[in-house]
Design a protein around this ligand. Structure first.
Ligand SMILES: Nc1ncnc2c1ncn2[C@@H]1O[C@H](COP(=O)(O)OP(=O)(O)OP(=O)(O)O)[C@@H](O)[C@H]1O
Ligand SMILES: [Mg+2]
Length: 548
């Protein structure tokens, strides 16, 4: 069943657009599909070529349109649902006894007959497939483009696999992510940890295009969410974070440096050198290496030069590693040694605090403050994620073997994900492990990116839910659709989305692909989510509380 269905249009073509959700009724079955194309057709090409409007009398021309000349839709059938005999039919009771309550849409395995009637989906049809607003875990993510019917995403399902939000710059990824995070936090579906590279998600922000205030998650969720800033003394837009994060140099492992291979332009000899450092100095390797000097020599009285005892060369010689390799590594690591938030004796244990917060079901936005370089982002996010991964694996194993509490699901949000999940890094970062297998351990990623083609394909094809705004680049479109059925039809749909605030919902997390208009992130959204009078006690309530 690879062929699309062809449907002849009996209503004005302006009322239907590419991507419209349609229902085909055929006896006891309902078919649900997407319009993938609109074309002009004619039973006889001569009439199509002639300007019948001007050459024929008006009534004749009108007859011709719709009869001989018409519009056809191409429909990609996606799901079918057995609705059984008519409610009033005597067979209904038997059918219902066999099928039970609740209808379950399934992928199409057959096609409706010729001349079956096709109609645009109504609100009820959409709720039937995408779920009702009121049901547990459901969150309205957007509205159908033709008639504005709400479309839900089930967040319980959403967090079971890693997911992605894609789209060219300015298509609304960050706004959509804010919406979804608000939903996840409000419904208590999962803890969220946001690696907030551009300080967008915690405190209120100003939209760069409209200059309107964009409400931050901290403003609405208060103590349930902690804003953590990287580096002591950081103020984010004049506001003090709940916690500052400094990293203990003992927490840096050789793996954290190897992961910076491309960023620091390291050589293949790096792992060998690092291994020797750890074998000589154990956990203190990072500090010991910091104290070694490159090129330090001592000169004897007769003018001979030897490596000074505190030089890299002296250590390399004693450890039996290549001197040039060790000196090269030490020079390149200077950028890491210059990072002021890596400390010998940091104030507090920020990493443990963050992990505790998340374990308790609360949320963390980690603001990179002014440490916005790729080096900061790669090093810190990977280090923290590695620690989280170890912790959640332990929690899960304890839960399975010792029947402790079930771990709270965690979603890690990464902007500019290709920096962490590109082909070269994929084997080395904690992120790719999570994308591939951590769903078993209750941790998944929400990756946000404008260049999905730069993300390793193996990670892309593992993504459960994909939400994509407009993409212009063929390679980007190709990777968003990787591993999905019906790619040809979906490709066109992605390329034809509005440049902003329209997204295509795709993948395992949604029952079928559907383009929607994104929900607006504004005051109205918060009123709908939290209730209008949240925080304010109504007059009646106040009187009641006083005991009247
Ligand atoms: N759901 C929405 N509700 C309200 N406004 C929106 C929404 N989506 C997008 N916008 C508008 O579009 C602009 C761009 O959106 P956003 O910043 O989310 O884009 P982006 O895809 O994250 O871009 P970049 O890749 O450059 O970060 C916003 O400043 C806002 O004005
Ligand atoms: Mg953005």
């Amino acid at each position: 069943m690879r062929e699309n269905l062809r449907v002849r249009l009996t209503i004005p073509s302006q009322e239907v657009q590419e991507g419209a959700f349609v229902v085909i009724e055929s006896g006891e079955w309902l078919f649900y599909g997407l319009v993938t194309d609109l074309q002009l057709g004619s039973t006889d090409p001569r009439f199509a070529d002639e300007q019948s409007e001007t050459r024929l009398p008006a009534e004749m021309a009108a007859l011709l349109h719709g009869q001989t000349l018409y519009t056809t839709l191409e429909v990609l059938p996606a799901l079918m649902l057995e609705r059984g005999p008519d409610l009033s039919s005597p067979d209904y009771a038997t059918w219902q006894a066999e099928h039970g309550e609740g209808l379950h849409p399934m992928p199409v395995k057959t096609i409706p007959p010729h001349h079956a009637e096709v109609r645009l989906a109504e609100e009820g049809d959409i709720a039937e497939i995408f779920g009702k607003k009121e049901d547990k875990g459901n969150f309205v993510i957007g509205y159908t483009r033709e008639q504005g019917h709400p479309v839900c995403l089930n967040l319980d399902k959403f967090v079971q696999r890693s997911a992605g939000v894609f789209g060219a710059t300015g298509t609304g990824k960050s706004f959509l992510t804010r919406l979804m995070l608000a939903g996840l936090i409000h419904l208590n579906t999962a803890s969220v940890l946001v690696f907030d590279m551009h300080n967008e998600y915690g405190f209120d922000d100003t939209a760069s295009d409209t200059h309107v205030t964009v409400i931050g998650l901290k403003t609405k969720f208060g103590t349930r969410l902690r804003v953590v800033a990287l580096g002591a003394g950081s103020l984010i837009r004049g506001l003090a974070p709940d916690l500052t994060l400094e990293i203990d140099e003992k927490d840096i492992t050789p793996g954290d440096i190897e992961m910076l291979m491309r960023e620091l332009n390291l050589r293949e000899t790096t792992p060998t050198t690092l291994e020797a450092l750890v074998s000589d100095f154990g956990q203190g390797w990072f500090k010991a290496f910091r104290q070694m000097r490159v090129g330090a020599v001592i000169e004897t009285e007769d003018g001979k030069k030897f490596p000074a005892p505190d030089s890299v060369a002296a250590w390399a010689n004693s450890a039996g590693v290549n001197v040039m390799a060790a000196e090269g590594l030490r020079s390149k690591m200077q950028r890491v040694y210059n990072l002021e938030y890596i400390r010998e004796k940091p104030s507090g244990n920020g990493i443990d605090e963050i992990i505790k917060t998340l374990e308790a079901g609360q949320h963390v936005v980690l603001s990179f403050f002014d440490h916005e370089k790729d080096l900061d982002y790669l090093l810190v996010s990977n280090l923290l994620t590695r620690r989280i991964r170890e912790r959640w694996e332990k929690l899960t194993n304890d839960f399975r073997s010792k029947a402790t509490d079930e771990p709270h699901p965690l979603v890690i949000v990464v902007e500019e994900a290709h920096k962490l999940l590109n082909r070269e890094m994929a084997g080395q970062t904690a992120f790719s492990t999570i994308a591939r297998e951590m769903r078993k351990y209750y941790v998944t990623l929400l990756i946000i990116d404008q260049r999905p083609s730069q993300i390793y394909d193996e990670v892309m094809s593992q993504l459960g839910t994909r939400i994509s705004g407009w993409l212009g680049d063929e390679d980007d479109i190709h990777s968003v659709l990787s591993g999905l059925a019906g790619r040809d039809a979906l490709r066109g749909m992605l390329a034809h989305l509005q440049p902003t605030q329209e997204v295509l919902l795709l993948g395992w997390g949604v029952p079928m692909p559907l383009p929607v208009q994104s929900r607006r992130y504004d005051q109205n959204f918060w009123d709908e989510l939290l209730g209008k009078n949240k925080g304010k006690i109504s007059a009646e309530q106040a009187i009641e509380d006083l005991g009247f």
